[in-house]
Design a protein around this ligand. Sequence first.
Ligand code: AMP
Length: 219
Amino acid sequence: MRIVLMGPPGAGKGTQARRLSESTGMKHLSTGDMLRAEVASGSELGLLAKGFMDRGDLVPDFHIIAMIQQHIDHPAGILLDGFPRTVVQAKALDEALEQTTTPVDQVIHMSVDIDELVKRLSNRALCGDCQTPYSLESDPPSQPGICDNCGGSVAVRVDDRPEAVTHRMKVYQDLTAPVLDYYKSHGDVVEIVATGSPDEVFEKLSQTIKSGMPGVNAN
Ligand code: AMP
């Protein structure tokens, strides 16, 4: 089973994808996490990607498609978070999946009011090592700046600073919102209102995914 989790920056895709991966066993594939790991390792791709990421721009399609291609098959299924982000990436994913046994089964769009998104992003911090996300307001690390999960360093992402956030929202509208139209023209996109507590959103997502699993009644 392959699920594409879509939504604007701050919708909670990463947090929810992590929890869903734990509860379903599906593999969580986040292009943002993969790119941050490349940046941290100082690889050629990381050096190239860093400037785009810090500004809130998308890393060019060619590099993203090459990076993700060998990861899109997993026996337990895949939860795609942050990919595809352009129509070119969505088409490349469809083409790559034609070579494998399973297509994209579900596209889930997590929608959140814009004021709520800006508030969430200004409160968000991330572990630089294991990528565990925190909300500085409602779910901070037990010791300031130190990750509960791995002891790594927790900091606000450069691209969550206000100047980059405004730009990322525009990039989302211009380049990623058309991906939703692309998927809608091919089949269903399940809409989830992703406001409310993380537990409430997790519940909604779990039900949606369960109803889409082979052999499970949609009720
Ligand atoms: P995220 O953690 O998903 O918010 O991604 C952080 C940043 O990584 C984005 O603002 C982009 O610069 C880059 N990025 C992540 N996924 C993609 C993608 N599918 N296509 C292009 N750039 C991406």
